[in-house]
Design a protein around this ligand. Structure first.
Ligand code: HEM
Length: 148
């Protein structure tokens, strides 16, 4: 059985399917963090994957999927190549992703959907913090640089 949070989240994803939310999402992200644009070699390629994977991870958390944690640890480790990304940028990217989805979902952006996305956005933020901490203690020399 699909948990209630995941069902509400899937309904809003289906409602937003026709909208390419990565376009307004990345515009908004770069407006908030203009100095970060230069870190992207291909905004077109990265924006597809970053948007999809962020949504997937939150939905995976709502479904209790075991692959989310290893994927988050990998994400945190590979993102070290893009510089010392402040945790505030991860938080902002996740919040903006949920907000842009809400705009695109229209009438499917129900109270249930909004609070389900918010719950799993917060869980994802907590997991990213945990992964950063664990990499730092497991590999002090090679861990992602933490700009906190
Ligand atoms: C939950 C949050 C995030 C997820 C799931 C995510 C996921 C991804 C994925 C899947 C890629 C593509 C990697 C590849 O194709 O090799 C990527 C690339 C990238 N991400 Fe993220 N990302 C997240 C947050 C962030 C944040 C907050 C920043 C800060 C600016 C960031 C900066 C980048 C950069 C600079 C690239 C490389 C783009 C390029 O080479 O053109 N990401 N991300």
């Amino acid at each position: 059985m699909i948990p209630a949070d995941a069902a509400a989240m899937e309904a809003s994803l289906i409602a937003a399917a026709g909208a390419d939310i990565r376009l307004p999402l990345f515009e908004r992200f770069f407006a908030a963090f203009p100095e970060r644009r230069a870190s992207f070699i291909s905004v077109d390629a990265a924006s597809r994957r970053m948007t999809d994977e962020t949504l997937d991870m939150m939905l995976g958390l709502a479904k209790g999927e075991g692959w989310v944690w290893p994927l988050v640890t990998e994400l945190v480790f590979t993102h070290r190549s893009y510089g010392a990304l402040p945790i505030a940028e991860y938080d902002a990217f996740i919040d903006m992703t949920v907000d842009e989805l809400g705009k695109a979902a229209g009438t499917e952006w129900t109270v249930e959907a909004k609070s389900a996305w918010q719950r799993h956005a917060d869980a994802l933020k907590a997991m990213i913090r945990k992964a950063r901490k664990e990499w730092k203690s497991a590999m002090p020399a090679g861990a992602p640089q933490l700009a906190e």
